[in-house]
Design a protein around this ligand. Structure first.
Ligand code: AHR
Length: 661
């Protein structure tokens, strides 16, 4: 009997252990920066996003800055919106930008056929949008009209906004009060070309991308970043055709994906509706994985960014509101899916380098709801507030072993997570428990980061459909969180049901120590290979044609002009502890490794292009390796760096060494 009892407790304790959620936060290899643009937003001329939500006009009794709501600006500044997409959406492909410039009382009106057939008076146009972006500190992202606009129209918009030359467009801009260009970087070539943007085939649209893109010119120092329409959800054939036919002409490919509810208003659901939206929302991971695989086929160097520039939950509108205005409440359910999606984007930041939640104010999964002069900050807003610490921080890879959240026989992982290391050396662990019924114990094991302090913030509620209303605006708000224990470099966290927790961990990033060299000599060793490649081969498996020592990372003078590759190896002497950004600028592909970790990925056949990566290093010698290949056509290679007290420049000869065998 005693034996049976002992066995029972043994098995029970194993089961309990097996149920603990385990997160490994591994700071050994930090390779990718979480582009802050992942935290971008979308604003469309739809319902009360622009009119009433952002723009109230200069004569409004609602406090405004030249027509733009002051309360909305203040709230958005707080969450550090990095980039803002405008004017649509479907609206973009009917928008004629020239109707939105000049004196407002002279601007022609139009019908907003997509969103309720209402009159659009064009009072919020190019300069108002750019003023708004400036006020909130966001980079503008224009969505160009390809569906019903001409090449000339889009090319002239770029010229109006970005050129400082003398031309009819720049004269027009000057006439309307703006002497110098704004220098807008992000431009979309249409919107949802497979749907409201023109119902095109991917083949036809690829040609339009090439054509419209050709006439979207760079002016001055500004280099525009062209984003083509990507797939809606799981239309992988669209991605394949676009990447094959137009991939080399673009900088970004969009992905649109909404999690649709059952048509009922956002706060009207039971656990079935909760589970259903969690499941749909977590599909984002599969969509990104599959699209990434296709993009990798055509663009192994990950030059083209995947821009998830419309995402979020789409529910029925609030009772009594115009169904075409897409005005929906926002609950704890939205907060949880926002956190889960941001974790997915962070974890895929090598390819996902821009995203825009739909939408910013009063439409779909909004940050802010307005009614007259009142505003409400939604649970989703507070997730963006908690997660802003991840903007431009280095991704710290995590592995999650999660318990299941089971509902009516179906199961999803209860816990999802991402982590980052910011430029001040603090680590942030963003945890999300999607289970609305059950709290979870999560054990976070820190690797190569010696923690000495932890603080936390939490967003949670005891009700699945808890929301912030105009009457009760502060129901769902972040609070400080302390239900965790730090011991043996592990953080044991007690996560309540349906909670988002961001932990900030102070301590020391344990960097690989510098390498001791016995007899360092100036220069790097290089090996020269010949062969025909479309991306970098594994030089370690090839036999070199020539070898030598070179003072800097440059193409050896003796080369065949085409179809060759070079491997450079040695050590770089780092002057002081800190973050260093390395760049390669090459034609064709290249990659740069520090201490055997890939820092710059610039692979593939391409014209001269720069890519970069950042790594924290201790003072002293570190291994450096650069791979380069040349196909045909132009050829160039430069490797540069930037670090504490070091302005960006080609890696100088006096930092490069090798050790003769
Ligand atoms: O965000 C609302 C609409 O959803 C956008 O206008 C369109 O691009 C998408 O279908």
């Amino acid at each position: 009997m005693k034996k049976i009892i002992v066995l029972f407790f043994f098995v029970a304790s194993i089961l309990v252990l097996a149920q603990t959620n385990e997160v490994t936060v591994d700071a050994a290899h930090l390779q990718y920066k979480i582009n802050k643009n992942i935290y971008g937003q979308f604003s469309e001329h739809l319902g009360h996003c622009i009119y009433g939500g952002i723009w109230v006009g200069t004569h409004s009794p609602i406090p405004n800055i030249d027509g733009i709501r002051k309360d909305v600006v203040e709230a958005l500044r707080e969450i550090k919106v990095p980039v803002l997409r405008w004017p649509g959406g479907c609206f973009a492909d009917e928008y004629h930008w020239m109707n939105g410039i000049g004196p407002r009382d002279k601007r022609p009106s139009m019908i907003n056929t997509n969103w309720g057939g209402v009159t659009e008076n064009n009072h919020f146009g190019t300069s108002e949008f750019l003023d708004f972006c400036k006020l909130i500190g966001a980079e503008p992202y224009f969505s160009g009209n390809v569906g019903s606009g001409t090449v000339k129209e889009l090319s002239e918009w770029v010229e109006y906004v970005n050129s400082d030359n003398v031309s009819p467009m720049t004269e027009l801009r000057k006439k309307y009060g703006r002497s110098h260009s704004w220098g807008v970087k992000y431009w979309g070539i249409g919107n949802e070309a497979w749907g409201c943007g023109g119902n095109m085939t991917p083949e036809y649209y690829s040609d339009l991308v090439r054509r419209y893109g050709t006439f979207m010119k760079n002016y001055g120092k500004n280099r525009i970043f062209k984003i083509a329409v990507g797939p809606g959800g799981s239309d992988y054939n669209w991605t394949d055709v676009l990447m094959k036919e137009a991939g080399r002409y673009i900088n970004g490919l969009s992905l649109h994906y909404y999690s649709f509810g059952d048509g009922k208003p956002a706060a009207d659901f039971t656990e079935k509706g909760w589970f259903d939206i969690m499941k749909k929302s977590l599909m984002m991971e599969t969509l990104i994985d599959k699209n990434e695989k296709i993009m990798d086929k055509y663009d192994p160097g990950k030059r083209v960014a995947l821009c998830v520039d419309e995402w979020g939950n789409w529910f029925g509108v609030e009772p009594g509101t115009n169904p075409a205005f897409l005005f929906q409440q926002n609950t704890m359910r939205d907060a949880i899916t926002a956190a889960a999606n941001l974790n997915i984007f962070n974890n895929h930041c090598d390819r996902v380098r821009l995203a825009a939640i739909a939408q910013m104010v009063n439409v779909l999964q909004a940050m802010i709801l307005t009614k007259g002069d009142k505003i409400v900050l939604t649970p989703t807003y507070y997730v963006f507030d908690l997660y802003k610490v991840n903007q431009d921080a280095m991704l710290v890879p995590t592995k999650v072993k999660s318990a299941g959240y089971t509902f009516e026989g179906q199961s999803l992982p209860a816990i999802n997570c991402s982590a980052s290391l910011d430029s001040t050396g603090k680590m942030h662990i963003s945890l999300c428990n999607i289970d609305p019924d059950k709290g979870e114990k999560v054990s976070c094991d820190l690797v190569k980061f010696k923690a000495d302090g932890v603080s936390g913030k939490i967003l949670t509620s005891s009700k699945m459909n808890a929301d912030n209303t105009f009457e009760n605006p502060n129901v769902v708000m972040p609070e400080s969180f302390s239900d965790f224990k730090l011991a043996d470099n592990k953080i044991e966290v007690n996560m309540p049901p349906m909670s988002v927790i961001v932990l900030t961990v102070t301590g020391r990033h344990q960097l690989p120590p510098p390498i001791e060299l016995k007899n360092p000599k100036s220069g790097l060793q290089y090996k020269y290979y010949e062969g025909q490649w479309r991306s970098l081969p594994n030089f370690n498996l090839l036999t070199s044609k020539a070898e030598g020592v070179i003072d800097q990372i440059k193409i050896p003078e003796k080369n065949s002009g085409e179809n060759f590759g070079v491997q450079y190896e040695g050590y770089i002497k780092i002057p002081e502890n800190g973050n260093y950004t390395f760049y390669t600028n090459s034609d064709d592909g290249s990659s740069l490794y520090i201490d055997d970790q890939m820092i710059v990925s610039n692979d593939g056949e391409h014209a001269s292009q720069e890519r970069s990566g950042t790594i924290e290093l201790t003072a002293g010698f570190h291994k450096i390796k650069v791979w380069f290949f040349q196909g045909g056509g132009g050829m160039s290679l430069d490797a540069s760096l930037e670090g504490p007290g070091l302005p960006k420049r080609s890696i100088p000869a006096d930092m490069l060494f090798y050790e003769p065998k």
